[in-house]
Design a protein around this ligand. Structure first.
Ligand code: ZN
Length: 253
């Protein structure tokens, strides 16, 4: 399944489409969408993530038959990808970033993200759309997405990070990084390294978004299941109480 090329930053262009389930096993043969790009290796570690991103329209090629797996991502790109994962909802929200112009390819995605408190400014009114994205920034943005859906963790909690360079993570990113490691979204960059301040490449972003999406689906499913159980418990408590009332009425008669 091939996507039309978009001769641009590699993520604008085609709009979102419904998520298709990831093929359980890709034989990495002719049908593998990675084959459409001259710079992708179907046997690489990034196969599953890039395939998921292509199939779900979250990422496209960068034009001229290339995907640019090692290319850097910036803040506007990641927000656009997340917006697509949510089927590009349109929101009415007056955003006040001084450096996000109207009618750019990323404007509506940033508006959506700001409205949902998924992104904030740097404290000076600037969003920095073209600033490169670090792995800890990505973790933080994804964590805010999770929180916007009622997921994530509240209160005091701790999850020990055993990576050699875990202490390099910024204070503001630490909880998000812990949660992402806990959920298996971040699995390190090899040699027991987390590389929190490393730049997130397109292939890394594709992989983390695939894992995040899977974790989110699973957590939402668990939440729904828990709600169903508590509803059932409430219903059976109610019918027990109703039974008791009926019995006592019968006794009175
Ligand atoms: Zn494949």
């Amino acid at each position: 399944m091939c996507k039309p090329e978009t001769p641009d930053d590699g993520i604008s262009g085609e709009k979102t489409q419904a998520h298709e389930p990831h093929p359980a096993v890709c034989d990495r043969g002719d049908a593998c969408p990675l084959g459409a790009f001259a710079d992708l290796d179907k046997t690489s570690w990034y196969h599953d993530g890039v395939e998921w991103a292509l199939i779900n329209g979250v990422m496209n090629g960068v034009g001229e038959g290339l995907f640019d797996p090692d290319g850097r991502t910036n803040r506007a790109m990641i927000v656009t990808m997340l917006h697509r994962m949510e089927s590009a909802p349109v929101v009415n929200y007056a955003m006040d970033f001084t450096d996000v112009e109207d009618d750019m390819w990323y404007t509506e995605a940033i508006r959506w993200a700001a409205a949902n408190e998924i992104v904030t400014d740097y404290g000076d009114g600037k969003f920095g759309p073209t600033d490169p994205l670090t792995r800890e920034q990505l973790a933080t943005i994804l964590y805010r997405c999770a929180k916007a859906k009622g997921l994530g963790s509240t209160g005091l909690w701790a999850f020990p990070l055993t990576f050699d360079d875990a202490s390099e993570a910024s204070d503001w990113a630490y909880e998000a990084v812990c949660w992402m490691v806990m959920q298996g979204v971040i699995q390190g960059t090899g040699n027991n390294k987390l590389s929190p301040k490393g730049m997130a490449s397109r292939a890394q972003v594709a992989t983390m978004l695939m894992r995040y999406n899977a974790a989110e689906q699973e957590l939402l499913r668990q939440t729904m299941e828990a709600e169903q159980i508590s509803r059932q418990t409430a219903v059976s408590t109610l019918s027990y109480e109703a039974g008791r009332v009926r019995n006592s009425i019968n006794e009175m008669n």
